[in-house]
Design a protein around this ligand. Sequence first.
Ligand code: HEM
Length: 512
Amino acid sequence: MGLLRLEELSELSPVALALTVAALSLVLLVLRWVLYPTFDSREPPVLRPKVPFIGHAISIARGINVYYARLHKDKRMPICTLPVLRGKVYVINSPTLISAALRSKTLSFDPFITLFSLNALGLSEPEKERFKDPDYLATASKPIHTSLLGEPLRMVTQAGLSRLAADLNAIGPGKGGVKEVSNALDWLRDVMFLAVMRALYGEKNPISLDLQTHIGEFEKKVGLLVLGIAPRLLAPKALVARSAIQQALAPYYLAGHDQGPDVSAFVRNRAAVKRKLGIRAADLPASDFDIPWTAVTNTIPSLLWLFLHIFTRPDYVDRMRAEVLEATAVTGDGATIDASKLGQKPFISACFLEMQRMYNDAGSVRWVMEDTVLRDADRREYLLKKDTNVQWFGGVLHLNDHIWGADAGTFNPDRFVNADPQEEKKRRGAMIPFGGGKHLCPGRMFAVTEITALIGALALAFDVEGVEMAHVVQPPFPSTGMRRPRWKQGGEPKVNIRRKRGWEDVKITFTV
Ligand code: HEM
C-alpha cells in the first residue's frame, strides 16, 4: 500500500479525511516528541544535534573527549544540554560550575561505581548482589580515601622509591647491573610499573612485569566493558587480560598475603574491610581488581610525558637538576634525595602541573539524584533535572585559551612559576587533573612523588640521549584520564640512559 496522493485525499469521505488528518497529526506529534524533545527553560541551553535524535550519540561513540572539546571550541557554552536519543546529557565546561558540581551532595558518582563494578570487574553473582547495596558500597569504599594519607602514605611511597632506587643503581659501571639502558621508554614503563606494584602489594607482590601488557589490554577496552554491551564480542582480549591478572591475584589473597606487614594500607585495609563484611578470599581478586590498573593507568603516561618534555630541553634538565641538588645530601659515594621536597620545588612542581594541564583529559560523570541548581561565576543559575547524566572533561578546562592564553596548546611550565595574582584568579578551578570533591584521586600524592623522584634522579645523575617528542597525542582510552604519546612510522625513539661523568659509582637513595 502506497502513501495517499493529494487528489486521492479529495476523494475521501469527510469521516475518512478527518481520521487521516488525525492519524497524520499523531505521527507528526510522535516524531516531534522523539526528534525534538522539550526542556525546562531553566535547564542549561539545549544544543540540538545536526542529525536529530542520533547525531550526538554517533559523535560521542566516535570519541567523546574529542567531540566535547570541539563543541566547546565552537560554541563556548559554560554548560549545555545535549539531547541524546530519547534522553539527555548535561555537559559542563565552566570551572565554577564544575567546582559546584564536585561539591554538590545531590550529584552522585555511586551509580557509576556500581555500574563499573557490575560490568567491568568480573564479579561472582553473590558479589554483584552486594555491590548493588549502597551501604555495602559506602563501607567497602571507606579505606580508599583513608589509606593513602599520613604515615601509610609515607610508607607506600618509600617502598616504591626504594624499588626505583634499586633500578637506577643497577645502571652504571661496577654495579653488576647494566652499563646503560638502550630502550629507555620501555625501561621507564617497567620500572614504574614494578615500583608501584611492589609498593602496593608488598614483598609477595603477585603482579609481575609480564602482566603489564594485560593491564594495557584491559585499559584499552575498560570503557566498553563498563557499558556491558556484548563484552565477549567487543572486548574479548580485555576479558582474557582481566582473567589472567585475577588468576595471578588469587593465590595472594587465598594465602592472606594481603594482610602482610609490608603491604600498603591501601591494599590491606580494603581487603580487611571486605573480609570483615564476609567476602570470601576467592572473590577479592575481582572485587579489588580496580587497584592494579587505576594505580598505573594514568601514572605511566604521566611519567612518559614529563620525561619527554624535560629531556628534549637541556635548559629544563639544568633547572630541574639544580632543584634536585637542593633536596639532595651527597656524602662520599652516596646521594640521598629527599623526594618529599621535589614536588614543592617551583620548577619541578610547575613542570608536573604543566604536563597534567597538557595531557590530562580525565572525564567525570555524575548522576543527578534530586533536581539541583548550579550557579556560575556570573551568578547565572542552571537547573539540573533529577535522573540525568552530568559530564565534564578536564581537557576542556586545561586547554581553554580564554583561561590559559593563546599558547594554551604549548608546554610552558613557566606559566606556573610566579604566576601573577590576576592570572591565578582566572585559573581558579581550571586545573582538575585529579578530579575533586568526594572522589578526589587518593593516589595523587603517591603518584607525584614517584614520578618526580624518578625524573629528578635521572636529571641529577644520568645522561639521557635520543629523546624525540611524540608526533601524535592520542586521546585517553575511555574511562582513563591521560592522553598518550605515539610516534609515526619508525616507532618509539631509542633513548639511552647512562651515568653522568663523576656519578658513575654514586649510590642513589630516596627518603620521604
Ligand atoms: C598521575 C597519576 C594519576 C592521575 C592523573 C589520576 C587521576 C584521577 C582522577 C581524575 C580521578 C577522579 C575521577 C572522577 O572524579 O570521576 C581519580 C580517581 C581515583 N584514583 Fe587516580 N590518578 C592517578 C594516580 C592514581 C594512583 C597511583 C592510584 C592508586 C594508588 C589512584 C587511584 C584512584 C582511585 C582508587 C580513584 C577513585 C576514587 C573514588 O572513586 O572515590 N590514582 N584519579
